[in-house]
Write a protein that binds this ligand. Structure first.
Ligand code: AMP
Length: 114
């Protein structure tokens, strides 16, 4: 079964895509937690960071370079932003298709609630 993110990447479900290349796709989070909230997702379906292999090295690197480009595109690069990857149950990952959250557009609070 394809993940909801695979369906967005393939254009089978609506998504506000802001960036796409041969390895990754980025689209706006449906429930944004900040003025800019974008998900950067490998085109290949990889459930969690735990499932990455050496073959995915270029894809993993591309996720960061895409984040850099998108932050520039969104006009938030200079002020800064946060990149988050949730992993598994303790990380409260909801969608089991690796994704990196790019959030910014305002000063963000502390990273973790203690
Ligand atoms: P995570 O908890 O890291 O797995 O985050 C999953 C994220 O996916 C949440 O921030 C959701 O708001 C977002 N999300 C779920 N469904 C969609 C969708 N159809 N389009 C865009 N974002 C979505």
């Amino acid at each position: 079964m394809a993940t909801i993110f695979s369906k967005i990447i393939r254009g089978e479900l609506p998504g506000d895509i802001v960036y796409q290349d041969d390895l990754v796709t980025a689209f706006r989070d449906i429930n944004p937690g900040a003025p800019t909230h974008i998900l950067i997702v490998p085109n290949k379906e990889i459930p969690t960071v735990n499932d990455l292999t050496n073959e995915d090295e270029r894809t993993a690197g591309r996720m960061l370079l895409a984040a850099q480009k998108i932050a520039e595109q969104e006009g938030i690069a200079a002020d800064g932003y946060r990149l988050i990857i949730n992993v598994g149950k303790h990380g409260r990952q909801e969608i089991y298709h690796v994704h990196m959250h790019l959030v910014g557009g305002r000063p963000l609070g502390p990273m973790l609630c203690r």
